[in-house]
Design a protein around this ligand. Sequence first.
Ligand SMILES: Cc1cc2nc3c(=O)[nH]c(=O)nc-3n(C[C@H](O)[C@H](O)[C@H](O)COP(=O)(O)OP(=O)(O)OC[C@H]3O[C@@H](n4cnc5c(N)ncnc54)[C@H](O)[C@@H]3O)c2cc1C
Length: 436
Amino acid sequence: MSDTDALNIPRSSFPRVVIVGGGFAGVALAKKLSGKEVQVVLLDKNNYHTFQPLLYQVSTGGLEPDSIAYPIRKILQDYPNFFFRMAEMQQVQTGNQKIVTNIGSLSYDHLVIAAGSETNFFGNTEIEKNGMAMKSIPQSLNLRSMILENFEQALLTDNLHERDALMNFVIVGGGPTGVELAGALAEIKKGILPKDYPDLDTRRAQINLIQSGDRILKEMSENASKKAEDFLESLGVQIWKNTRVTSYDGKKVTTKTDLEFEAATLVWAAGVKAVSIKGLDAQEILKPGNRLQVNEYNQVQGFENIYAIGDIACMEKEDTPRGHPMMAQPAIQQGRHLGDNLVRLLEGKKMEPFIYKDKGSMATVGRNKAVVDLKNYKFQGVFAWFVWMFVHLFFLIGFRNRMIVFVNWVYNYVRFDREARLIIRPYQRDYSWFKE
Ligand SMILES: Cc1cc2nc3c(=O)[nH]c(=O)nc-3n(C[C@H](O)[C@H](O)[C@H](O)COP(=O)(O)OP(=O)(O)OC[C@H]3O[C@@H](n4cnc5c(N)ncnc54)[C@H](O)[C@@H]3O)c2cc1C
């Protein structure tokens, strides 16, 4: 073998750990391996880490996208023996211990898959084509532009029916993403639209949140669900429970019941699935939601030196029969734990099993309104909202980002404003079809 790979990374005397994905899990692992006797190669298809929990604030003009993104090279720049390549992994060749990427192939001694998840449309190609997803910064920017463009279009028509449809928002999925987005849109409707569009009757704008089950925030306590529902209703959001959306042609939303909506915007926040990894797609490895089955050391079933962490990993244990929740905490904890385990391996010690410490969950609905479920303490309202903000600031990467987000939040709070309501990159949409 030559002493460099196609990605121009020199061979070192240390074992090479290739990490695919610079999200919560991949970054937590990389940090743990700093200063250890390994060569670390981190790959990501983007050159930045995304703080996904605040994507909805980008979509609704509360934050600029660069305040929730962070350059991966900057995270790694002080670590010796670290290499980053902006590359998309396309395949794992387990036989010869290589991965194939869009810029060449790379050999590994240990491979860690931390590639996360993507929106799950459950095979509904019509909704996938016409609906909006919110899983990445480009998607959030598309949504931000589209929301604003809809209002610009609404100003141009004297057809009341069409105008209402342009101002009608349907959000599918009553999990934290759907709830947070619905709350933010309701606040925009109340505080910003009347000032920005004085010649439009923005009171007619509707925000509909559709949930297939009988309560929103179903992963949280009943109290939290009920309170979040009250908060949303007080903001004017219409919640439709036990309602399953079946199709959306870009204009009409149909459901399994008689309920139909005419809406220019449908946001699909109804589920995620692990990204597909070619070469690790044997049926016996794949678990529901396309996740890779791992043991308690995060080793992918059937492989000693291939690991999966974060959203993509499914570790079935007694207390987590369907794997850990696809959330930031399990990803961070698994990344850190695997880092410790790889160091143990290098030192010739035994790996230790992963034990998840559930730190609770939370969601915000808007100004002064949030719900928090901790293990022994559940609370809602203003204090919960402060806790929500503190936790999100704490986990954001980078001092500058924390400062910018904090200053933006204070400004938005004091001024009842969201100044990033900009159509920087227009969302290309054919409105003539919508008007037909
Ligand atoms: C809108 C939204 C709101 C959320 N809110 C919360 C919340 O409030 N609290 C919470 O705990 N969790 C929340 N989550 C979930 C949380 O963000 C995820 O669970 C977490 O990001 C998972 O971390 P990860 O490292 O597994 O994957 P990710 O953070 O998704 O990182 C995966 C990385 O892999 C890269 N990648 C993917 N495929 C490839 C490839 N083939 N080659 C190279 N790179 C690749 C991606 O670019 C990405 O950087 C939210 C998610 C979304 C979408």
